[in-house]
Design a binder for this molecule. Structure first.
Ligand SMILES: [Cu+2]
Length: 505
């Protein structure tokens, strides 16, 4: 239907053109060709003049009308320190080119009118004019030189790297089809090492877990930054070209696989401040189409977009950028969980299985001491059993593992601090294997732990030990988790020797 209508319109237009041509031919015959020619050129000149005026006024007015939709003006003023400089340069460039645009168009349409064909007038033939050529080459060259030198100077300032003494926040943005992963440095302020050969399902960025700087790094899908803080973003990609583009901050840099790039900028307004600014513009005082209970400005967010056409899901790479006050950011960062500690630590992918981080030692100590002190407070002796969950043995033997000493040292410290406390060590196994052998093994393990405490200065009269084999399971032995919970050494503590003796008998 649409095609048909378009076809008819074109046919009608052609007919009109044809009819006009016929009318002109008839008029020529009636009036005489010269008079007609003069009238036509006259009208054409006036039409051109009018078109020029309407054209210039319309373009100028529309630019003014749409000012608030243009980057750099009104609600789209820059939100970063260097962005203001880019905006100023853009304004200068626009000022210069717009002046030339207006001037040349006034001349173009005016001359078309002024030099229209008239009776007895002959065109002048100028083959060459050096002065003219010097003027129209020289003036643009001088203006361009100023603009280009200004631009180069700004480029060098904006794209220069940070000095070693500068205090920066460094984060990393990795683009891939079709999302971004932002990596933050964690409490140490340093991003850990990466190696593409380490990339796997459980290690999406290829972080090297033997580098301790990686252990507190955390990830986020969106960008969150503190206001007034210089930020260096390491930018990289995993598959194809992407582009890290923060329009409101005038930040734009390609993300290239295998070629690290970066961008340094300082956000100058928080999301909250920006929303308040937007609330003053009528365009933002309308209901948000996606959440009509709120106005547009209330839900407005700075944006991260991919500015490289990177595939069919390219559009879905948009993320929000939230700028917080410094203390809000510190709180937010403290609430984030380290990727390593939550998903890698203690799994088969953890190369640090044989060691404990100082923070973990401190945390385990605190937990143990809290539990031990709490158990002494209660009246009931039955509450006094603490499972030494980090005390483990070599497979099938009573030899303590290297890492067991941390919790045993906590037990030593506790017994030394509470000299009136007696302790009984009780070994247990799961139900795998021969019950008698299990009984012997649990007994040997309990003695082994007792020996460690003795070796570390706890007197012999305060310590008992006994093995219970598979007799007292904590959980169901039919599952692996249950069996793991049942293989344990317990520390029974009491202020009376009797209690300790009773439970070990
Ligand atoms: Cu992309």
């Amino acid at each position: 239907m649409k095609t048909l209508i378009v076809f008819f319109c074109i046919a009608l237009l052609l007919m009109i053109v044809f009819q006009i041509a016929k009318v002109r031919d008839l008029a020529k015959v009636l009036r005489g060709p010269e008079e007609i020619e003069a009238r036509n050129t006259n009208m054409t000149g006036i039409y051109l003049l009018a078109f020029g005026a309407v054209f210039l006024i319309a373009t100028t007015l529309s630019a003014l009308y749409f000012k608030n939709w243009i980057l750099g003006y009104g609600p789209h003023e820059s939100a970063s320190a260097h962005g203001a400089r880019i905006d100023t340069m853009m304004a200068w460039t626009l000022g210069v080119t717009y002046s030339v645009f207006v001037l040349t168009h006034i001349l173009l349409f005016y001359y078309a009118y002024k030099y229209r064909t008239r009776k007895g007038r002959k065109a002048q033939y100028i083959s060459h004019n050096n002065t003219l050529e010097i003027v129209w080459t020289g003036i643009p060259a001088i203006v361009m030189t100023f603009l280009v030198i200004g631009g180069l100077d700004a480029w060098n300032d904006i794209m220069g790297d940070v000095g070693t003494d500068e205090e920066i926040l460094e984060i990393e943005a990795t683009g891939q089809q079709f999302f971004w992963t932002m990596r933050y440095p964690g409490a140490d302020g340093l991003l850990g090492k990466k190696d593409f050969r380490l990339i796997s399902g459980s290690n999406p960025l290829g972080q090297d877990w033997t580098d301790s700087k990686n252990t507190d790094d955390f990830m986020n899908n969106h960008v969150v930054l503190p206001v007034g803080q210089k930020v260096r973003v390491r930018i990289t990609a995993m598959d194809v070209l992407h582009d890290f583009y923060l329009p409101q901050f005038r930040v734009k840099m390609d993300a290239v696989p295998g070629l690290p790039t970066y961008f340094i900028f300082t956000p100058t307004k928080t999301t909250k401040q920006w929303r308040k600014e937007l609330s003053e513009y009528a365009e933002y005082q309308i209901p948000d189409p996606e959440d009509p209970t709120k106005q547009l400005w209330e839900n407005a967010n700075f944006e991260l977009a991919c500015a490289e056409l990177c595939g069919t899901g390219h559009w879905s790479m948009a993320r929000t950028v939230t700028i917080l006050e410094e203390d809000e950011f510190a709180q937010w960062a403290a609430d984030q969980e380290s990727f390593y500690l939550t998903t890698v630590r203690g799994t088969k992918n953890d190369p640090n299985d044989g060691m404990l981080f100082p923070a973990e030692v401190a945390q385990r100590s605190a937990e143990f001491l809290t539990a031990a002190n709490a158990s002494l407070e209660t009246e009931d002796d039955a509450d006094n059993t603490l499972v030494l969950e980090y005390v483990t043995f070599e497979t099938g033997s009573a030899e303590l593992t290297e890492l067991s000493k941390y919790q045993l040292d906590d037990a030593v410290a506790f017994l030394k601090a509470n000299t009136d406390v007696y302790a009984a060590l009780r070994g247990h196994t799961d139900n795998v294997g021969d019950p008698d052998m299990n009984l012997n093994l649990s007994d040997a393990r309990a003695r082994s732990v007792r020996q460690y405490l003795l070796d570390n200065g706890i007197t012999v009269d305060r310590l008992e030990s006994e093995g219970f084999g598979e007799m007292m399971p904590l959980e169901d032995n039919s599952t692996e988790e249950g069996r793991e919970a049942n293989r344990r050494t317990e520390l029974y503590i009491s202020r009376t020797l009797n209690g300790a003796e009773q439970l070990s008998k």
